[in-house]
Ligand binder design. Sequence first.
Ligand code: ZN
Ligand code: FE
Length: 257
Amino acid sequence: MTLSVEIVPLLADNYGYLLVDGRTGTTAFVDPAEAAPVVARVRARGGRLDWILLTHHHGDHVAGTAELVAAFGAKVAGAAADAHRLPPLDRALAEDDRFELGAASARVLATPGHTTGHVSYLFEESGDLFCGDTLFVMGCGRLIEGDAEAMWRSLAKLAALPPATRVWCGHEYTLANARFALSLDPENEALRARAVEVERLRMAGRPTVPSTIGEERATNPFLRAGEPAIRARMGTVGASAVEAFAAVRRAKDRFRG
Ligand code: ZN
Ligand code: FE
């Protein structure tokens, strides 16, 4: 394995990720919502933390950064566009930049929509995507700053990645997302099977990440907003792809399942 990924649950429902390049031991942490559990995990692994990778500026993705920098001397990478509201950056990144983690390498994808400066990290060799609050398992982030068109373009960019790409997202929102997805797409057999599977995982106290791009294309109602069955239910037959997506996003904002 060229890149190992460990899930570190943070706060109530956040996920941070500890990445280790197996060839050099170079270590990074994605989205430290808080410091203490990350410090403990890094110490347990020998105390090496070279980099912190940030997807966006929200507190539940960056709040542990300063303490990790102080504890381990880690450097910080994040979106150049948000340098003014992220913790101080040692590397400011933009679309298509490469970020080297030892011998592993990530391509930076601009994925605005949840926030205007949101970025995702794609380790192409191992097929690992860290997408913060853009794409969730069977869901997507709220449009806090971006508009529907920006988010739709970001989701389309992620959906076009190879189907085996693992999706490591920023939150465990999967059960609520599955209930909403089933309300729009009840005849979707892949979705029904996936909903049973994630229920089983959560009952056992296990995370539902990673998903894959292929699973998301088959089950995620935001990626599937243009499917005839969902258009019929949402009243968006004949509407543009962006409008069909925006209608699903509005329905989710109202959904009380
Ligand atoms: Zn956020
Ligand atoms: Fe978040």
